[in-house]
Design a binder for this molecule. Sequence first.
Ligand code: NAG
Ligand code: NAG
Ligand code: NAG
Ligand code: NAG
Length: 546
Amino acid sequence: ECVENISSQYGDTISVPCSPGDTPSQDIFMIKWKYDKEDGTSGDLLVKRQGHNATITAPEEFTGRLSIGEDNSLLIANGVLSDQRTFTCMIVMASDITELAVEVFIHKSPEAVELTNNPAAVEMNKLTTIGECSAEDANPAAKITWFRNDAPLKDDGKGVVITASETVDPDTGLSSTLSRLQYIAGKEDAAARFSCAVTDTPLRSTPVQFTINYPTEKVSLEVTTPGPFLEGADITLRCHADGNPPPSSYVFHLQGEEVTVEDEDVYTLSNVTREKTGEYKCSPLDNASLLASHNITIHYLDVSLSPSGRVVKSAGETLPVTLQKDASSKVTVSWTKNQASLSEEPQFERLKYSDSGLYECQVSLGELTSTHSFELLVKGSPVITSLREQMSADGKHKVLSCEAEGYPKPSVEWSGINGTSEEESDYVDGKVTHRLTVMPKANLTVTCLVMNDLGSDSKNTKVSSLLVHIDDREVTMDKQDQSEESGDQTKLAVGIVIALLLATVAVALGYWVYIKKSKQGSWKTGEEDGNTEESKKLEAPQKAEV
Ligand SMILES: *[C@@H]1O[C@H](CO)[C@@H](O)[C@H](O)[C@H]1NC(C)=O
Ligand SMILES: *[C@@H]1O[C@H](CO)[C@@H](O)[C@H](O)[C@H]1NC(C)=O
Ligand SMILES: *[C@@H]1O[C@H](CO)[C@@H](O)[C@H](O)[C@H]1NC(C)=O
Ligand SMILES: *[C@@H]1O[C@H](CO)[C@@H](O)[C@H](O)[C@H]1NC(C)=O
């Protein structure tokens, strides 16, 4: 006897077929459905005779649920688990009685799968329950699979331990499955998503994540304020620990002093001084053996310049210049005199008037800059450095120039002559030049007198008369500077004039002889030409003598 198997969904109408092969329905006298009881005996459910309505003889558990289909199949409404049995249809024909047995299975998937008891944080490297998954009221009992991201997890008895248990509802006979995942998490699991699913169904729990807690192994001390640091700066230190969660409080070791910060990881050093240069440390409050350190350098720049302010010195004296620098590292120094840069530090072995000026030095260390200055005045009684006489550009005057050095600025006076105009140069580097334009009418001795608070100096010079006039052409002789020389020139000029006169007389004499010879006969042709040319040649020197 072969037994057919059918399965039906829980709650659906179970359709148990009665398939007597190709027997024509008019040959069937009666159909009788029976079922197998728990005790092994069989009980009647329903009888249907040809031409009659079915008669139900089923016990209470089937009340209101049974009917028979057109094809004689047994229809059991609201299938429940107790309907999982063997049903038999007995077919009574004219000549034969056949029985067909059908075994019924009732399937029920769980309504949902739910992941619970999942912790928010998990300690690293320790077998921990990640969660519990339940799938209720199923038949057969649900099988639960755990996933890490999309990969199924298999119980390996060490890092992955999956424990499942099933319970059966005594009323419905449906099973509930509870599966617990225990897992050893590592840092790499911090972003992993864990979920569970019911095998062979689309049911899947919402995924869960957890943070991984692990102890601090490394501590670092970070200086969050960007350096370099100058005196007066505020510097913020941050202590960082790699544990999760990080320690809540830290201890900062500040050059022998210990400061605990609660629920914070920063400490700010305010208004630092050079003494704060050194090593700084920090550690978590709960583990002093984890220490991080950082060296901090506070830059400083102390400069003193000697001399300073206004310095008045005498010409010829020595002035030592001392620039003292005390700095945290190498500095750059630049010097200027009256805003123009100097290539090196000024040195004054013998002070000159030209050394006077505003000296500034700038000492730099990164952004730190210190500027110092002194103003030097070289004083001295005036000295005449030059007294000269020149012709003016138009040749009609003489210009006397008296050049003097001294500080304070010397006054210049002339005596022995009255000038037509005078001018004075700018007073630069202790030097002044005074020019006097004169027209001396006699040979004179002129004195230049220079004076300041500290003393005076004077010099004489001889100025020759300008009243030597030969014709209008004074330029030739007056280009000479010295009066003695001018006298010699005059003599020379007179000599030239006499020589020219003599030459004219000689030419005139020659001409006269020539005329005489022409009148005697021979060279008459060239007479007029020669006459004109010679006359012209003679005109220039003759005019010069007048
Ligand atoms: C069979 O049942 C139907 C309704 O269920 C009824 O109308 C009919 O009269 C019944 N037939 C007989 C022969 O009793
Ligand atoms: C401090 O940290 C060290 C190194 O990570 C560890 O070995 C030690 O157990 C920790 N001590 C405490 C008190 O947590
Ligand atoms: C300069 O002029 C003054 C009058 O203005 C006169 O007394 C003096 O003699 C003159 N000196 C010379 C050197 O000509
Ligand atoms: C000026 O001096 C020169 C010589 O130095 C002399 O020849 C000349 O005659 C003098 N002139 C007057 C006007 O005294």
